[in-house]
Design a protein around this ligand. Structure first.
Ligand code: HEC
Length: 131
């Protein structure tokens, strides 16, 4: 009898454990979507680390004489599409934008055009505006 009740508690624990690990409740679709976008964010952050952080800093804090901080892009960029357009041709874009043009005086570097795909630029723009 004792054995049987031990087995029962073990079975109950398993059920709770399985539920904690992967409960079949909730919205699997939404969970998958969140996971997908977390993966994309990680890939985009990697893209930033490799191509941008040398000038803009690991935490987007900017570097004196190198490049401005990118921590408050929301104040100046209305949409990620516009920001993606800038990334496609920063110097061409800045030529028609007095605010960006005036930044030239503060830095010895120039924002380069990097060889990204449209998708990568779009992902970077979305990610930057979330920071
Ligand atoms: C060689 C250094 C350098 C690198 C690498 C670089 N940037 Fe820049 N970035 C600049 C400078 C300098 C500016 C200021 C504008 C100018 O003078 O061209 C700037 C400006 C910007 C701006 C506009 C900031 C504002 O105030 O609106 C954004 C956005 C930006 N960079 C994003 C990026 C991203 C994303 C990457 C990587 C894909 C990157 N930069 C890589 C130097 C750099």
């Amino acid at each position: 009898m004792k054995n049987r009740s031990q087995w029962f508690s073990f079975a109950a624990l398993c059920t709770v454990g399985a539920c904690l690990l992967g409960c079949p409740h909730g919205q699997p679709g939404a969970q998958q979507g969140a996971q997908q976008s977390a993966t994309n964010d990680a890939a985009t952050e990697q893209l930033y680390d490799t191509n941008c952080s040398v000038c803009h800093g690991k935490a987007l804090e900017g570097r004196p004489t190198f490049a401005p901080a990118l921590t408050d892009l929301k104040s100046n960029w209305k949409s990620s599409d516009e920001l993606a357009k800038y990334l496609a041709d920063p110097q061409g874009y800045a030529a028609a934008d007095p605010r960006l043009k005036s930044q030239h005086d503060n830095y010895s570097m120039r924002m380069p055009t990097l060889p990204f795909t449209d998708e990568q630029r779009k992902a970077l723009a979305l990610w930057l505006l979330k920071q």
